[in-house]
Design a protein around this ligand. Structure first.
Ligand code: CTP
Ligand code: MG
Length: 247
């Protein structure tokens, strides 16, 4: 299928705490966004890359204009759009920037700056094989429990009470790029645009919106190198990966 990548980069990066949008934070001397974009382009999966940018990131705009000129003929079309207040709104802004003729779309977090090319290929191959929605996922390494806040006398013992243990072999940590038939992602986001504030706040990826439509979502194996740079610790790990990737 003719494929576009929506690269969402419009977040503020609160948890990284660099006082600038995360996409602009340097990693190995270059903004996180540029690493992510080079990875997308190098994978060769897309006819178009629609980059969703934070407000007022003039420096990024300039770098992207330079990159556009560097792109060889036959490279993807680069489109720049402004993001929204939530990730889902930014994805919707990206959907609004897609060209005619796109059949499939990959939504990728710019914060996953080091996603290996083979992850893009696995997602695209699964779409080509007939998947309507496909996500990269890795096994969960920690034991995961549900908890509830304690109250009254119980609160003097500890702030939370364990309410259950999830079966770890069934759990996956989910990554991007998440791939969809374009019409399916459109339908999912049309429904989500009517969510109230609480429902909107609970949306953490695109696949969950597709799940709500009752459409099957498939999972392919992702990569632990595809970490989402979220905290200062993640940035240290990413710098280390740049020095020399894991074997
Ligand atoms: N994103 C976006 N628009 C938003 C919020 C997030 O495009 N309004 C993007 C981010 O730029 C990032 C991806 O969605 O590439 C995943 O979001 P996250 O890791 O939470 O990034 P931030 O929202 O920037 O970080 P924080 O939540 O710590 O502020
Ligand atoms: Mg965020």
């Amino acid at each position: 299928p003719v494929t576009a990548v929506i690269l969402v980069a419009a977040g503020s990066g609160e948890r990284l705490g660099h006082g600038m949008p995360k996409a602009a934070v340097p990693l190995g001397g270059e903004p996180i966004l540029m690493h992510a974009l080079r990875g997308v382009v190098a994978s060769g999966v897309s006819s178009q890359v629609c980059i969703v940018l934070p407000a007022g990131a003039d420096g990024l705009h300039e770098l992207l204009e330079e990159f556009r000129e560097e792109l060889a003929d036959g490279g993807p079309v680069l489109t720049l759009v402004d993001g929204g207040a939530t990730r889902a709104e930014s994805v919707r802004a990206g959907l609004g920037g897609l060209m005619e003729g796109i059949e499939a779309v990959l939504v990728h977090d710019a914060a996953r700056a080091l996603t290996p090319e083979y992850v893009f290929h696995r997602v695209v191959d699964s779409l080509a094989a007939g998947a309507v929605a496909v996500i990269p996922a890795v096994p969960v390494v920690d034991t995961v429990k549900t908890v509830a806040s304690t109250s009254g006398e119980d609160a003097a013992i500890a702030p939370e009470l364990v309410t259950g243990t999830a079966p770890r072999e069934e759990l996956r940590s989910v990554q991007t790029p998440q791939g969809f038939r374009l019409s399916t992602l459109h339908d999912a986001h049309r429904a989500a645009s009517r969510f109230d504030e609480a429902q909107a706040a609970a949306v953490t990826d695109d696949a969950m919106l597709v799940e709500l439509l009752g459409v099957p979502v498939h999972a392919v194996h992702g990569s632990t190198q595809s970490l989402k740079i979220t905290t200062p610790l993640d940035l240290i790990i990413a710098e280390g990966l740049l020095e020399g990737p894991l074997g």
